[in-house]
Every structure is written in structure tokens, then in C-alpha cells.
Design a binder for this molecule. Structure first.
Ligand code: ADP
Ligand code: ADP
Length: 226
């Protein structure tokens, strides 16, 4: 599960100066359980493509499907992590993680168990009662990832999630993300402008050209994972 297919995709933004094509004639896929990155220069359309997979934007032409079903809007089956942490500051770490589950009507004890398991995988068990403003940037972003995973998505989408972090924290975060991906066996689509990061994390890397972005090359990573 979690097979993403993007076919003949293009997306233009309507602006006061007319239509601006951000992504043109693009094909990508993510196989179930695969970790795939998209790299490319700033402004090439990576976020646009990812937001269309998330269901926040509608393609101008082409299709986005997950397990053969057309994506028509956001859904809990596709968890999204943004560069900015976007946690609720008035909720504790665990409440932030449980929020989506509460919205879906899951009862308290079940919610707590689900949240604790994931927080444990992310090394955050000691911080469940903390408020986000007391956490470091790296920890906030871990909470963001755990929150996106809480509803049990088939696909995890990450938009430059470590872009605001220092180099040392990035390495820790990359390791944590790899561990969680291996444990949970879900598909991941990861957007970054950092080719090193993409190669370190991924099974396969798509390279996008400058705007209007289009995938022109694909790098399979043949290395065994640690
Ligand atoms: P990336 O994620 O690779 O940095 P984006 O997908 O954010 O690229 O942006 C691709 C192009 O689309 C850029 O030229 C950007 O200025 C333009 N763009 C993004 N969002 C909008 C918008 N809401 N309206 C108009 N143009 C936009
Ligand atoms: P950064 O502050 O660079 O984002 P981390 O978020 O990984 O780094 O950790 C911040 C501090 O919290 C570190 O000193 C780390 O040792 C400590 N820390 C991280 N995870 C835990 C944990 N699960 N239990 C106790 N301390 C932790």
C-alpha cells in the first residue's frame, strides 16, 4: 500500500500577470514502502508537486493517484510535514500528536497508546507533557513527523523538513526519520534542495530542473542501508 503515481502533471498558478507555470510535464512514482526524494534548485516547483500529492493543490493537467485512486483533496492517508513546525503552541506534545486521532473520534486510551508508541520511536517519550515552545527545533520537527504519522498514513510527505535546522541536528533527524520509515514500512516522498541529504536518505532520487520544473533524471541508490 502507498503506491503514488503522478502522470503528465503540470501546474500553473493564476497571478495578476497571468498564468505562471510552476511544474510542467512531470511523471513520478513511489512504490509501496519506497523512500523517494525530489531535489532541485529553489523555485523549481518541488513544493508545488508535493502539495498536489498532498491534495492541497489541483493539477492543471495530469493526474495524481494513490493506490489507483485519484487524489481529490487532503486526506489522513497522506501525512504532511512542513518546514515550519506548525504545532499548536497551547497543546502539549502528546496533545498535538493526538489531535488528528481525536478529530477522527478515536477514544482516549487508544489515542494515548498510539501517540506514546510513536513518540517512543522518535525518542520523545520524556517530552510528552512539554509545550512546543520548550522544545528545540529538532524536537519540534520530530513532533511534526510523529503527528503526521499518528493517523496511520500510507504515504508520508515531507517538504524540506530539516531546512531550518543546524547541520548536527539534521544528521540526527535523518537517522530518526530513517529508523521510523524502516519500522513503519510506509512510502515516503521527501523534498529537499540538498542532494547529499537526498542520497543519504533515499532509495531513489528525482532531479528537477529550474522553473518550470520537470523531472529530467532519476538516480537509483544501490547502497545497502545501515
Ligand atoms: P520549490 O519548492 O522548488 O522552491 P515552489 O513549488 O515553491 O518551488 O515554486 C515554484 C514556482 O512557482 C516558483 O517560481 C514560485 O515563485 C511559484 N509559485 C509558488 N507558489 C505560488 C503562488 N501561490 N502563486 C504564484 N506563483 C507561485
Ligand atoms: P537539538 O537541540 O540540536 O535539536 P535534540 O532535539 O536531539 O537536539 O536534543 C536536545 C537535547 O535533548 C539534547 O541535549 C539531547 O541529549 C536531549 N534529548 C533528546 N532526546 C531525549 C530523550 N528522549 N530523553 C532525554 N533527553 C533527550
Amino acid at each position: 500500500k502507498g503506491h503514488v503515481e503522478v502522470r503528465n502533471f503540470s501546474l500553473s498558478y493564476e497571478t495578476i500577470d497571468g498564468a505562471v507555470e510552476a511544474v510542467t510535464d512531470t511523471q513520478i512514482h513511489v512504490r509501496p514502502g519506497e523512500f523517494v526524494s525530489i531535489v532541485g534548485p529553489s523555485g523549481c516547483g518541488k513544493s508545488t508537486l508535493l502539495n498536489a500529492v498532498a491534495g492541497f493543490l489541483k493539477p492543471t493537467t495530469g493526474t495524481v493517484t494513490v493506490d489507483g485512486e485519484l487524489v481529490k483533496g487532503p486526506s489522513a492517508e497522506r501525512g504532511m510535514v512542513f518546514q515550519q513546525y506548525s504545532l499548536f503552541p497551547w497543546k502539549t506534545v502528546r496533545e498535538n500528536v493526538e489531535f488528528g486521532l481525536k478529530m477522527r473520534g478515536m477514544e482516549r486510551s487508544q489515542r494515548e497508546r498510539a501517540a506514546r508508541t510513536l513518540l517512543g520511536l522518535a525518542g520523545l517519550e520524556a517530552f510528552e507533557r512539554h509545550y512546543p515552545d520548550r522544545l528545540s527545533g529538532g524536537m519540534k520537527q520530530r513532533v511534526g513527523i510523529v503527528r503526521a504519522l499518528a493517523t496511520g498514513p500510507k504515504v508520508l510527505l515531507l517538504d524540506e523538513p530539516f531546512g531550518a535546522l543546524d547541520a548536527q541536528t539534521r544528521v540526527i533527524m535523518q537517522q530518526i526519520l530513517t529508523n521510523m520509515w524502516q519500522r513503519l514500512k510506509i512510502s515516503v516522498l521527501f523534498v529537499t534542495h540538498d542532494i547529499d541529504e537526498a542520497i543519504f536518505l533515499s532509495d531513489r532520487v528525482y532531479c528537477m530542473t529550474a522553473r518550470p520544473g520537470s523531472i529530467k533524471a532519476e538516480i537509483p541508490i544501490p547502497l545497502e542501508r545501515p
